[in-house]
Design a protein around this ligand. Structure first.
Ligand SMILES: Nc1nc2c(c(=O)[nH]1)N[C@H]1C(S)=C(S)[C@@H](COP(=O)(O)O)O[C@H]1N2
Ligand SMILES: [Mo]
Length: 202
């Protein structure tokens, strides 16, 4: 049984085919977060890649901004049931980040994204590779606004949007799959919207 949109009418066929089970389309861009938007000074911003406890590499804003950029257009899906079509992002793929830091191989099978608001979320390394995830710095042709996670957020659009950590400050590769903020309180460890992996056990 599919959840209906706000109009109460079933979505047209094209939208239906793009909607994972239980989702409806929104035209606005909702803001969801556990606390206030952190203020981040670009001159003091640093992003750190860890191999377990060991910092492998860190980038200043200027260094990060000089890495190769990739554009991605597509749909995003929040576990609270909204989906937004045709969002346009630009940033550094995790493949390109690893190429810059570690010759391209993920050091461990899992990763934990860690943010400036102390939010965190875990993602299997395989979901971050193959051009499927980026550290996005631009949305719709503009720098990402603070409310949507600027200056830089993780974007893993094939998983529920809670995996796309805003205000990213570190990506930590971990030996084991370590639950992040929402996963600790019962959300799914992977979160594939097409399999409707909302909660642990789904
Ligand atoms: N740092 C941080 N990232 C976060 C969150 C958060 O509270 N803090 N919320 C997550 C959730 S539940 C969702 S649905 C998306 C919402 O992103 P948006 O506000 O840009 O729509 O951000 C995710 N990333
Ligand atoms: Mo969410």
């Amino acid at each position: 049984m599919a959840t209906r949109g706000f109009t109460g009418r079933p979505p047209p066929a094209e939208a239906r085919a793009r909607l994972p089970p239980g989702q409806h389309e929104v035209k606005d861009f909702p803001i969801l977060q556990i606390g206030p938007t952190p203020r981040i000074d670009l001159l003091r911003w640093r992003f750190v890649l860890y191999d377990r406890a060991r910092p492998v590499k860190s980038w200043s804003w200027d260094q990060f901004d000089a890495l190769p950029k990739t554009k991605w257009r597509g749909d995003i899906h929040c576990v609270t049931t909204w989906s937004k079509f045709d969002t346009l992002w630009e940033g550094v793929t995790v493949d390109d980040l690893l190429a810059d830091a570690t010759h391209g191989e993920p050091p461990t099978p899992y990763a934990l994204a860690v943010s400036f608001d102390d939010y965190s979320t875990n993602v299997p390394a395989a979901d971050l590779l193959g051009g499927r995830a980026m550290i996005a710095t631009r949305y719709a042709g503009q720098p990402i606004t603070p409310d949507h996670g600027g200056p830089a957020r993780l974007l893993v659009p094939h998983l529920y949007f809670w995996k796309s950590a805003k205000w990213l400050r570190a990506l930590r590769f971990t030996e084991a799959d370590e639950p992040g903020f929402w996963e600790e309180s019962g959300y799914h460890m992977r979160g594939d919207p097409w399999r409707e992996q909302r909660f642990r056990g789904d």
